[in-house]
Design a protein around this ligand. Structure first.
Ligand code: KG4
Ligand code: ZN
Length: 345
């Protein structure tokens, strides 16, 4: 089974060919970051236009680099959402046209499920049945959640952010520090020269009953932290920017690792932890999580760097991993965005 994946939910136009047993044959990503950077964030109209221009060459390159022919493609997997609606439409339009031309099924995929399963793209990754039930920390620019994965397709959200996502907190924080978009990697770079204990920022951990009702037992909250940063920067212009960046990073990542630690203590039968999404690229987060996971004698599964941020290999892998679980040869993905209890705003 050869699946051609298409991803266009935000500012990356991506296509990839993934085959079963799980093997990434090609993965092409055309990033628009440079175009959006001058505006300090993603501009939806600009993103949609760039997708329209990039889709055809990106798709052709992905098939060419896979070593297969168009006629070898058995199914298309396309990101249905969540994301920018005008950007999603571009990918969906291309997928529909291709599906009709090639006469192959079109499988809509939830972008977050792509991230959730992305660590299986590592050539060293064990098969799902060898690692589940697994705790997955999903940290992207738009979402932050702690999820129990019983098997591909069987997820339970244990906690989520009640306001900003971790990546969003980093992007907005970077802006307050005068750093360019996207802010996560910029904060990480600057933080390497600073002291992460210099400023005692609040951790992004709500504990009020209403917050826990909204965000689950392992809720996150980053909007207060962002406000604390704004006040600190305004009131203390003399503090080294590297110290502020490092302390802010410590506060965001500290909230994430604390929740993982708590879940490892309290949830039963968890065999390991995976960290996925754009923020999972962060070395400080990886090191902190590794220390926590080792203390619990569990295993940390990381995602190859090129599959942390948005890509189409993770989208193409979803139907393959799901059909593997249900032992059918036909990709078995629900046509809507309901993911067995996984409902992310
Ligand atoms: O998963 P992703 O590519 O897109 C979404 O689905 O949102 O994640 C993008 C996010 C951005 O917020 C970006 O700042 C963050 O990932 N990011 C990082 C790093 N690289 C990207 N955050 C922290 N450290 C990094 N090295
Ligand atoms: Zn994403």
């Amino acid at each position: 089974m050869n699946v051609l994946g298409i991803e266009s939910s935000c500012d990356e136009t991506a296509a990839a060919v993934v085959s079963s047993p799980l093997q990434v044959r090609s993965s092409v990503v055309a990033s628009q970051i440079a175009a959006h950077r001058v505006h300090g964030g993603v501009v939806p109209e600009l993103a949609a236009r760039s997708h329209l221009e990039a889709l055809q060459p990106v798709l052709s390159t992905a098939v060419e680099e896979s070593g297969l022919r168009w006629t070898d493609i058995d199914a298309l997997a396309v990101t249905q959402g969540p994301g920018l609606s005008s950007s999603l439409l571009m990918g969906m339009g291309a997928a529909r046209a291709l599906s009709a031309r090639l006469g192959v099924p079109l499988i809509p995929v939830h972008h977050m499920e792509g991230h959730l399963l992305s660590f299986f793209l590592s050539p060293e990754a064990p098969p799902p049945q060898a690692v589940c039930p697994l705790l997955v920390l999903l940290v992207t620019g738009g979402h932050t959640a702690l999820i129990r994965m019983n098997a591909p397709g069987d997820y339970q959200v244990l906690g989520r952010s009640i306001d900003d996502a971790a990546g969003e907190a980093l992007d907005k924080g970077a802006r307050l520090l005068g750093l360019p978009y996207p802010g996560g990697p910029e904060i990480e770079k600057l933080a390497r020269e600073g002291n992460g204990e210099a400023v005692p920022f609040p951790r992004g951990l709500p504990n009020s009953t209403s917050a826990l009702e909204r965000g689950g037992a392992y809720a996150f909250s980053f909007s207060g932290l962002k406000t604390a940063l704004r006040y600190y920067v305004e009131g203390n212009p003399e503090t080294s920017k590297a110290d502020v960046a490092a302390s802010y990073q410590t506060a965001v990542m500290g909230a994430l690792s604390t929740r993982v630690d708590q879940a490892l203590k309290q949830e039963s039968g968890i065999r390991g932890v995976a960290c996925v999404g754009g923020v999972a690229k962060n070395d400080y987060l990886r090191d902190t999580l590794l220390a926590v996971v080792r203390r619990h004698k569990a295993e940390l599964h990381t995602v190859p760097l090129q599959y942390c941020t948005d890509n189409a290999a993770m989208i193409a892998a979803v139907p393959l991993l799901r059909s593997l679980e249900s032992s059918t040869s036909v990709p078995a993905v629900s046509p809507n965005l309901q993911l067995n209890g996984l409902q992310l705003r």
